[in-house]
Design a protein around this ligand. Structure first.
Ligand SMILES: Cc1ncc(COP(=O)(O)O)c(C=O)c1O
Length: 394
């Protein structure tokens, strides 16, 4: 029989995260810092809004673009945060998470073989989404020495006549880096100079610690060339509701809508109702969860540093990204041995792009108890392997 699977699907690399979860699923008592998902359940008033809508019989499709109430809530939310106006009729699209929005954005702007500068390390789906949309991902590595910031020169060095877009994602998964004003302006200058679209995934925009998030589209002249992506998953603890959104100038957004309408029809109705409630009445919940992540952030970053695993100071999202170079192991070997020997799951940095090599990603969107248990086990792991200096003991 012939191989029924297309070459393009065969060529897609499986996510580097999956393997560790598969191993962890065969073991008992694993402490997992592997998943990028809040351990909170969705705030009760948001769930109640959805339950009421079901009881009131709101169980059908919505408009392809999403309910007007939610599009308006999204537009008002962005205006309030960044003083940036989008028209809910023509410039806002409700999607199945940022995951769908990302693919729509790429598919809407790429012809086969077009190149996208993908700033790395980054969310595991980014390069794959470019390929799935027929494009070619061009990695732009960033490094801890430069606080995982991308410069204009880094981008310019990789531009070719086929370059169409820059894909950025800050606050960053996996590093926790937040772009500085200077670096974000450098990206804007390159976008303008080479007439590129910027796809800015700002899903962690509300989770920043003692620092302001700068919205890329709010920079002078950038709204007209930016596809802004965000959603409910992270800030409102709503990963399972599957609601995200894209905002963009009308011609780009209507192209995305055309794809969305054939692919999805409309995002889940119940999730859209819940999202209106979250955006309009969920601000206190966001602040409470953010304060809690901030405490956990200190706990885990100090824990890694005290064991000699130098940890970049994350200023956003909910990930720590310590270097494991001092152990002499590769990041994959480290994660696999830590899982098998001490039942702690983390993700190798190289799963997020080659420049993540030598680091591991630990999510601190887990309980403080689990962070403490993971750190105790990690300390034991380092000790057993002769890698913990007594003076550095946690
Ligand atoms: C940077 C980034 N973008 C997008 C997503 C996917 O988000 P959603 O749940 O909205 O599809 C994630 C999930 O981990 C992420 O880290």
């Amino acid at each position: 029989m012939r191989n029924f699977i297309s070459k393009s699907t065969q060529n897609l690399r499986p996510s580097g995260i999956r393997r560790y979860f598969d191993i962890a699923a065969t073991m008992d008592d694993v402490v997992t810092l592997g998943i990028g998902e809040p351990n909170f359940t969705t705030p009760a008033h948001i769930m109640h809004a959805a339950v009421h809508s079901l009881e009131a019989g709101q169980t059908g499709y919505t408009s392809n673009s999403g309910t007007y109430e939610l599009r308006e809530a999204v537009a008002n939310h962005i205006q309030k945060l960044y003083n940036l106006r989008y028209n809910p009729d023509s410039e806002v699209l409700i999607t199945i998470g940022v995951s769908e929005a990302l693919w729509l954005a790429l598919k809407a702007i790429l012809d086969p073989g077009d190149e996208v500068l993908v700033v790395e390390p980054c969310f595991v789906a980014n390069a794959a989404a470019v390929e799935m949309a027929g494009g070619v991902p061009v990695p732009v590595p960033t490094y801890v020495e430069h606080e995982f910031q991308v410069t204009g020169a880094d981008l310019e060095a990789r531009i070719t006549p086929r370059t169409r877009a820059i894909l950025i994602s800050y606050p960053n998964n996996p590093t926790g880096a937040v772009l500085t004003q200077d670096h974000i302006l450098q990206i804007a200058n390159v976008a303008e100079k080479y007439d590129l679209v910027v796809i800015s995934d700002e899903i962690y925009e509300r989770l920043v610690y003692g620092i302001e998030h700068i919205c890329f589209a709010a920079l002078p002249g950038m709204q007209e060339r930016t596809i802004l992506l965000s959603g409910m998953s992270k800030a409102y603890a709503m990963t399972g509701w599957r609601i995200g959104y894209a905002t963009a100038p009308e011609p780009i957004l209507s192209a995305m809508k055309k794809l969305h309408q054939y692919l999805i029809m409309s995002a889940p109705t119940m999730g859209q109702v819940a999202s209106v409630q979250a955006l309009v009445h969920g601000e206190d919940d966001v602040f409470a969860m953010r304060d809690s992540y901030n405490r956990r952030r200190r706990l885990i970053v100090d824990g890694f540093n005290s064991m000699g695993l130098t940890c970049f100071e994350p200023r956003g999202a909910f990930y720590a990204f310590p270097s494991i170079a001092s152990t002499g192991m590769t990041d994959e070997e480290f994660c696999e041995r830590l899982l098998r020997e001490e039942r702690v799951a983390m993700v190798p940095g190289s799963a997020f792009g080659a420049s993540g090599d030598g680091f591991v990603r630990a999510s601190y969107a887990v309980s403080e108890d689990n962070i403490c248990r993971a750190l105790e086990r990690l300390e034991r792991f380092l000790q057993h392997n002769g890698l913990l200096m007594p003076a550095l003991a946690y």
